[in-house]
Design a protein around this ligand. Structure first.
Ligand SMILES: CC(C)(COP(=O)(O)OP(=O)(O)OC[C@H]1O[C@@H](n2cnc3c(N)ncnc32)[C@H](O)[C@@H]1OP(=O)(O)O)[C@@H](O)C(=O)NCCC(=O)NCCS
Length: 181
């Protein structure tokens, strides 16, 4: 286990996670604003999980945390951190299975990761981007303290259309001022 919260374990992915990851990432509603296309075939999920399992959260590049619910041991989603080469900045991304949304798990996981990045690893800044129509993602980012810094109209070609991106940022100084539970 890498990080722990009241209800969650944020751990490294393991090969047995592939079928569950394939199931939740194959939901068109979950994939709607993401870079992949549903359905995710079993072999792609297995390759992805192998790649995630080999990652190192201390090294630059993406590291994907598996979000596991303590109550039932189930994988409920994933949270990615892209550590910059300078190790002072990072980008966040997150996905929850549709049936696990609306319970505060993404907020809890994001706060644990932000606490680790800012308070233990001394990062200066964390960024995030999302489709301007992705209201759940916007709510989540604002809830954990991100501030909107930009709006890029028709910036990303995804699933057959140009989409607007919202840019968010959170500085260490602001994180230190937030009263996080
Ligand atoms: C983005 C995403 C992770 C947000 O998930 P979410 O379930 O809305 O976020 P949380 O898990 O933090 O849950 C928060 C909600 O649970 C509610 N909630 C219920 N019980 C709760 C509890 N015990 N504690 C905290 N919140 C609770 C909150 O009130 C909140 O609802 P609201 O947004 O209507 O106010 C999810 O929509 C998702 O996976 N989308 C598909 C993938 C995607 O687009 N990712 C983003 C790419 S940028």
């Amino acid at each position: 286990m890498l990080l722990e919260t009241a209800r969650l374990r944020l751990r490294r992915f393991q090969p047995e996670d592939a079928p569950v990851l394939a199931a939740y990432r194959s939901d068109p509603a979950v994939a709607r604003y993401q870079g992949w296309t549903a359905p995710v075939p079993p072999e792609s999920a297995a390759a992805l999980v192998r790649e995630f399992a080999d990652g190192d959260p201390g090294q630059p590049g993406w590291f994907q945390y598996a979000i596991e619910l303590k109550a039932d041991g189930c994988l409920v989603g994933d949270l990615g951190v892209n550590l910059d080469e300078n190790r002072m900045q990072a980008e966040l991304g997150f996905t929850l299975a549709a049936g696990r949304q609306g319970c505060g798990y993404a907020t809890e996981a994001a706060r644990a990761v932000l606490r680790d990045l800012f308070e233990l690893r001394g990062l200066h800044r964390v960024s995030a981007e999302c489709d301007a129509r992705n209201v759940d993602s916007v709510r989540l980012l604002k809830r954990v303290g991100f501030q909107q810094e930009g709006h890029r109209p028709a910036n990303t070609w995804i699933k057959g259309e140009w989409t607007d991106d919202l840019l968010f940022g959170l500085l260490a100084e602001r994180w230190g001022q937030l009263a996080t539970p």
